[in-house]
Design a protein around this ligand. Sequence first.
Ligand code: PEP
Ligand code: MG
Length: 578
Amino acid sequence: MTLKGIAVSPGIVIGKVFLLNIESFIIPKIAIKEEEVANEIERFKQVLKQTNEEIISIQKKLNRELGSKHSDIFNAHLLILDDPVLTEQMTDKIKKRKLTAEYLFQQVMRNYEKAFSEIDDAYFKERISDIQDVGKRIIRNLLGRKKANLANLKEEVIVVSYDLSPSDTALMGKEKVIGFATDIGGKTSHTAIMARALEIPAVVGLEKITVKAKNDDLLIIDGDKGIVIINPRRQVIEKYYKKREEDLKFNRELKKLRTLPAQTKDGYPIEITANIELPEEIDSALKEGAEGIGLYRTEYFFLNRSVLPTEEEQYQAYKFVAQKMNPHPVVIRTVDLGGDKFLSHLNIPSEMNPFMGWRAIRFCLARPDIFKIQLKAILRASRYGKLKIMYPMISSAEEFKQANRVLAEVKKELKEQNIPFDKEVEIGAMIEIPSAALTADILAKEADFFSIGTNDLIQYSLAVDRVNEKIAYLYEPNHPAILRLIKIIIEAAHKEEIWVGMCGEMCSEPVFIPLLLGLGLTKFSVSPLMLSRVKKVIRSLSLKEAKVAAKEILNLETIKEIKHFSRIRFKEAMLNFC
Ligand code: PEP
Ligand code: MG
């Protein structure tokens, strides 16, 4: 069976399915026979008992290790399990509807959640997460599966899941997780970005892969074409093994470019730096020939942990990155939490529109306590290399100045404490909100540099959620609106004589390189995996010709025309990438 989704991380892998987070799947509706009813009711009761025992044993462990304050959290779980109404309702439903307990239980859980969310009382609303937690545990037990832990898998697997959070993905061990496939998601979701960072081939937005694939099925992931094949025939497997060999050969060829300069055919130097999420990625960035780090997404440091990182921990990490990259520059982006990256332990309430909500610089300005600790750590590390600070999600010059005021306070404190730091550290803005793009001329008077964040810029300009596979066809960097905005940003920066680069995924994709060069972009910050591909395109293009072509493209009116024109005009440079 072949499924088509969205290709998010290149490469071909063939391996066994490992279903993850099955409790959030759509559980198929399976009927049971009359004579199986009594057994099914008994099975449900046994699972409640088993779940109860599990929770008591977790509670004991927590009590021993952390004290009763933490273990008391599970009292609410036990109360739900003991609720006689739950058993009565389930018994009744199994008898009447003759369907499996897991299917019916999921419905009962939804009713519980709904009822609790409608009660106008904060205490009950907070209990919803307890219901969800215990509900998932029960479903897991009904399905006879253990909670999967991505960090300590025993064999190589392809993870199949409804969704993966960026923090789930960050936990994946590359040696064991050789690929992944999900029902939902988009190309520029942070899960997809993380897959590329870890160099794990991946396809998302497959809609029903979790229903179609079973544990231990054989799966082929084609991360270039966005295709997943479940239990392929022998000839198909052979075809893909062959294709993988060809890919590996092509990649080996590409790697030879590592030490060569990123220079256009007519001799113009272009800077290619790398985007990283974790300090450990520095090695692969250097190996790929990155001339610096154009985007260090520091928020990953804040995920997958139960307390905030201290100033000292952050300082050590930033110092490590600064020293390792020295004399190359490192652009440290201050935390961009929110959107699809959450900190569970800060108890931030969930929002209707998280990507347009309390995230990034908005969160930092509202929590100067957290923001200042990070700024202090960056400044302290700044004397060990060439660090630059960049604020995410800037929407206006005022907001940029507000962030700078916090930075000034931190600098003052450091001076008073005689703590050395680089006084010349550059401060830049990510241009990823249309309002910032359209006022780039004003912002350019305040900032030392710009970095264009197309991942968000596209989602906000075109009103297309970057993680929603249903509207992924509308997420189009070739839209004339996007090209115009990029042009406005680059021109505004040039006019004020500040440098401008791009760190959004658009500039990691070979198809857009000629156009971006033509629009005047000279600094590309890309995922390390894509670095040599981007370099290859740059080296096979003439900047003068790209500029002429871009001028013509800006006069085109539709995406279709733009794509067609680019394909023809940049045919030679794109030879290996279309
Ligand atoms: C962007 O929005 O283009 C960007 C680089 O930031 P992020 O993907 O982390 O939102
Ligand atoms: Mg962004």
